[in-house]
Design a binder for this molecule. Structure first.
Ligand code: LLP
Length: 447
């Protein structure tokens, strides 16, 4: 994050707080968030999209995708910076509401929302429920009718555009669970997307707000957003031709990629926003339809780079490795966390960067692998990194860019307690989410 720097004595600080103080005050492992950096990224996304869409003559809402990391304070920061909040479950919705995010500024996603989740959203007066199947159209309509309310909905569609990183996070190709296809049905009839849009129009307890598309995550080539926008805007025009209803809004989802390793490129919000706004305007001009209001849902790009994980090294072990052409030594550096606080390397083969942050070292760098303390050999934190050859037990080690999908995908595997989320700002730190205790773990077990 932009508030991370190495002091002249070699110790690293986050927002003016040294890592030794962070470790002493909060223990390790700990997720450390640079609050000012989070806010600056949230602001940058909002301002970039607002400026780009104002320039082509329409408005935009930026929703922070809470699945990346949602705590009460984080939801407040997003709201303070003028963002709405995208939630993916009743649990995320509850956190947003606890943070006093107004219902109107919240969206609810999910491909299999429970009745209780839908009712909680209706009672909160959410600004939108994104529906994901025909079954759900009817379910949400029935629940809203039962409550005597009319709820704004968007229909999530799949555009056939592939984008982003690993297959598990690339969501808009056809053979997966999300959304309704814009392709004609197998018998050549109406597409599932059009059928769902028309089903929404037929239910008085639903107001068809718009069409939603999310094409994937960790996207570094913005052309996918333009391709998806083209498909969605064409669908909007088709629906208008068939029914006379031109929907007000189009949501283009999240997925803006970040840098995980030194020297990697990230998507910059301003050029992406200009490109997307330009193509939305061009496609609408081609189709002869007025511009919709747009929304986007960045998660990773706002919180990912603003977070790091602080660990303590416990053991160091050189392992001799032989492959086809050489024999070399890899230093296995074990830290006090692992796949329970960051599943991404094991699940997606995700790459990270680590540094020894508590001190300077003049030692020659050696090839190292940072591993956790779980009972699996795939429990890898950083697959490959050069660390000072004198790295040793007690060293503080930081892994960068862990703000997104670290804490939010954390587990208690092997009975580890989940680390705290600590915010650093202006030379002080405070706990946003406390570390779990053994009492938390045992309290759930009723014997
Ligand atoms: N909107 C929708 C509808 C989504 O499904 C997602 C992510 C987002 C927004 C936010 O995407 P972002 O801007 O953060 O890329 N656990 C995976 C990422 C899964 C993303 C799922 N949906 C990972 O750790 O890479």
């Amino acid at each position: 994050s932009s508030g991370v720097r190495r002091r002249p004595d070699g110790e690293v600080e986050v927002a003016g707080v040294g890592v030794a103080a962070l470790a002493a005050d909060h223990g390790t492992p700990a997720y450390v968030l640079d609050e000012a950096d989070f806010r600056a990224r949230a602001r940058a996304y909002r301002q970039a999209f607002e400026a780009a869409f104002a320039a082509v003559g329409t408005g935009v809402d930026v929703y922070y995708a809470g699945k990346a990391l949602l705590t009460v304070a984080v939801a407040r920061w997003a709201r303070d910076e003028g963002l709405c909040v995208d939630t993916a479950s009743g649990g995320e919705l509850a956190v947003a509401l606890r943070a006093d995010v107004p219902g109107a500024a919240i969206g609810l996603h999910g491909n299999n929302k429970s009745d209780a989740e839908v009712l909680a959203a209706l009672d909160a007066g959410v600004g939108r429920i994104i529906v994901d199947s025909l079954v759900e159209v009817q379910r949400v309509a029935d629940l809203a009718a039962g409550r005597g309310v009319v709820v704004p909905v968007m229909v999530r569609v799949t555009t056939g555009v592939h984008a982003g990183g690993h297959e598990y996070i690339s969501t808009a190709h056809e053979d997966q669970k999300f959304g309704l296809s814009v392709a004609p049905a197998a018998d050549g009839g109406t597409s599932p997307a059009l059928a769902a849009l028309e089903a929404v129009l037929a239910r008085p307890s639903l107001r068809l707000l718009g069409i939603h598309s999310h094409i994937g995550s960790q996207i570094l080539d913005p052309s996918g957003f333009e391709a998806a926008a083209r498909v969605v805007l064409r669908l909007r025009a088709d629906l208008a031709a068939r029914t006379g209803v031109l929907v007000d809004e189009v949501d283009l989802g999240g997925g803006y990629g970040i840098a995980y390793l030194p020297g990697e490129e990230a998507l910059e919000p301003a050029p992406v926003a200009r490109e997307v706004a330009g193509s939305v305007a061009a496609v609408c001009a081609e189709l002869g339809t007025p511009l919709p209001r747009i929304s986007v849902e960045p998660g990773r790009a706002i919180v990912g780079p603003a977070g790091l994980t602080l660990y303590t090294v416990g053991t160091v072990k050189p392992v001799t490795v032989s492959d086809d052409d050489a024999t070399f030594t890899r230093l296995y550096v074990s830290v006090d966390g692992g796949m329970s606080d960051n599943i991404r390397p094991a699940l997606y083969g995700a790459q990270y960067h680590a540094e020894v942050v508590g001190r300077a070292s003049g030692a020659e760098p050696v090839l190292a692998r940072v591993v956790g303390k779980h009972c699996e050999s795939g429990d890898i934190v950083v697959h490959q990194v050069m660390l000072p050859g004198d790295v040793r037990a007690g060293d503080l080690l930081a892994v960068a860019a862990t703000g997104a999908y670290g804490r939010s995908m954390a587990s208690n595997y092997n009975g580890l307690t989940r680390p705290p989320v600590v915010a650093a700002v202006d030379g002080t730190s405070r706990v946003l989410v406390r570390r779990e205790t053994l009492d938390d773990l045992l309290g759930l077990d009723l014997g």
